[in-house]
Ligand binder design. Structure first.
Ligand code: ADP
Length: 450
């Protein structure tokens, strides 16, 4: 096992990794930009190294600085968290070239799944059901129009390199194709340096259901059920739960096995998430994320496992500490994402935290790097905390969420906490009756949000 690992990230996810390492008796190294000198992850790690100025490009994304920090501190492995370098195949290669271990999948798997067209082709071959659409990339507008007619409108045009909800445009009819096609290409080019796009049937009322998978890199893989992440704004998740309110045990076992078998087949190592849209009892693969997800704690809540610990174990060449048969669902988990954002437009709201109080009690977990007096820097993501609750069943989890939200105090900046108070008064949320468009409609109706 490693003696020391470096965490190439910041905020709550850096704390998450440091905590797992500490419980395993592994030393931790934090890296930080000059804007994060007072950040909680720096305080909590055993050691820290300043790797550059505030801009992510020059700090958290600076590969030479991160490798140098490993060399200075003697860290043997790097945990990338999510975002930043977590799905950068080139980084994984460089890490390995320096005789360090990347705590995550291989560069090859990251590359395959990072290109959405290759990912879909690979998954199709592995027997995973996909959204109907173009066979690979769509080079010209004429091709796009032909495919639109073939599969029928509405369709969605997606940048193959896209992510974080960027590079996707819906065309409701042939008349909208030109604009959607050009915009998706332009967004792909400007955000990801790749203007290749493909086309999918646009599903009108699906849920977003994702399967947590885990491989040991030796041909064994398991699934840890699903998460329903349908409550989204601009294709970004805000509320996640496990198990999914609409998924039966049979469906879970069936799609879970398809995903686990696919991962075993490719010798996948580490944590991964296979994302599907789910409509009328059918699953349609959309993409795979080759990293730990923001919403992983709801899965941890219901299975009682530590996914970061497992990531570290398999990266060190050890076996998973559980088999498929060991994994039994216990109760219900819900996570809400607390962002420093001002409603109704969700504009980022960095600033000084004048008071912070985290909720507690049975079944409550608050993953956050906040503290009294902390100044949220304006340079990074607006996620400042995740409140995760666990109950014996969904109604208990909802009651606990309401109670915990009532205890949570974040003063000094605007946050998304009021949104969750409001959502918990909605019948559809209480019954779990929502799809990927529900929240956007609700925001339009209730907050005049466009
Ligand atoms: P990203 O990589 O940007 O997260 P995804 O491919 O995972 O993009 O899609 C994100 C979200 O966009 C999905 O959760 C869903 O809400 C919506 N979406 C993607 N593909 C489709 C589709 N074919 N039909 C309807 N909605 C879609």
């Amino acid at each position: 096992m490693f003696k020391k690992i470096l965490v190439a990230n910041r905020g709550e996810i850096a704390l998450r990794v440091i905590r797992a390492a500490r419980e395993m008796g592994i030393g931790s190294v934090a890296v930080h930009s000059t804007a994060d000198s007072d950040a909680m992850h720096v305080r909590m790690a055993d050691e820290s190294v300043c790797i550059g100025p505030p801009s992510s490009q020059q700090s958290y994304l600076s590969i030479p600085s991160i490798i140098a920090a490993c060399e200075i501190t003697g860290a043997e492995a790097i945990h990338p968290g999510y975002g930043f370098l977590s799905e950068n195949a080139g980084f994984v290669q460089i890490v390995e070239d320096h005789d360090l271990t990347f705590i995550g999948p291989t560069a090859e798997h990251i590359r395959i799944m990072g290109d959405k067209i290759t990912a879909k082709d690979t998954m199709k071959e592995l027997g995973v059901p996909c959204v109907p659409g173009s066979d690979g990339g769509v080079p010209t507008l004429a091709d796009a129009k032909r495919i639109g007619e073939e599969i029928g409108y509405p369709v969605i045009i997606k940048a193959t390199a896209g992510g974080g909800g960027k590079g996707m445009k819906v065309a409701q009819s042939a008349a909208e194709m030109e604009r959607a096609f050009m915009t998706a290409r332009a967004e792909g080019k400007s955000n990801f340096g790749n203007d290749e796009v493909y086309i999918e049937k646009y599903l009108t009322t699906p849920r977003h259901i994702e399967i947590q998978v885990f491989g040991d890199g030796k041909g064994r893989a398991v699934h840890l059920g699903e998460r329903d992440c349908s409550l989204q704004r601009r294709h970004q998740k805000v509320f996640e739960e496990a198990p999914g309110p609409s998924i039966t045990a049979e469906e879970r076992a069936r799609i879970g096995k398809v995903c686990a078998d696919a991962m075993a087949n490719i010798n996948y190592i580490g944590a991964g998430t296979v994302e599907f849209l789910y409509e009328n009892g059918e699953f349609y693969f959309i993409e795979m994320n080759t990293r730990l997800q923001v919403e992983h704690p709801v899965t941890e809540a219901i299975f009682g496992v530590d996914l970061v610990r497992e990531q570290i174990r398999v990266a060190a060449g050890m076996d998973l500490s559980f088999t498929q048969e060991d994994l039994k669902i216990n109760g219900h988990g819900i996570e809400v994402r607390i962002n420093a954002e001002k409603l109704p437009n969700f504009s980022p709201c960095p600033g000084k935290i004048t008071q912070y109080h985290a909720p507690g009690g049975l079944g409550v977990r608050m993953d956050s790097a906040l503290y009294d007096g902390y100044k949220i820097p304006p340079y990074y993501d607006s996620l400042i905390g995740k409140l995760i609750v666990h109950g014996r069943d969904r109604p208990e989890a909802l009651a606990r969420l309401r109670r915990a939200l009532g205890e949570l105090i974040v003063d000094g900046v605007d946050t998304t906490i009021p949104l969750f108070h409001a959502l918990l008064a909605e019948q559809d949320v209480l019954t779990g009756d929502y799809n990927i468009h529900w929240l956007e409609h609700w925001l339009e109706t209730n907050l005049g949000n466009a």
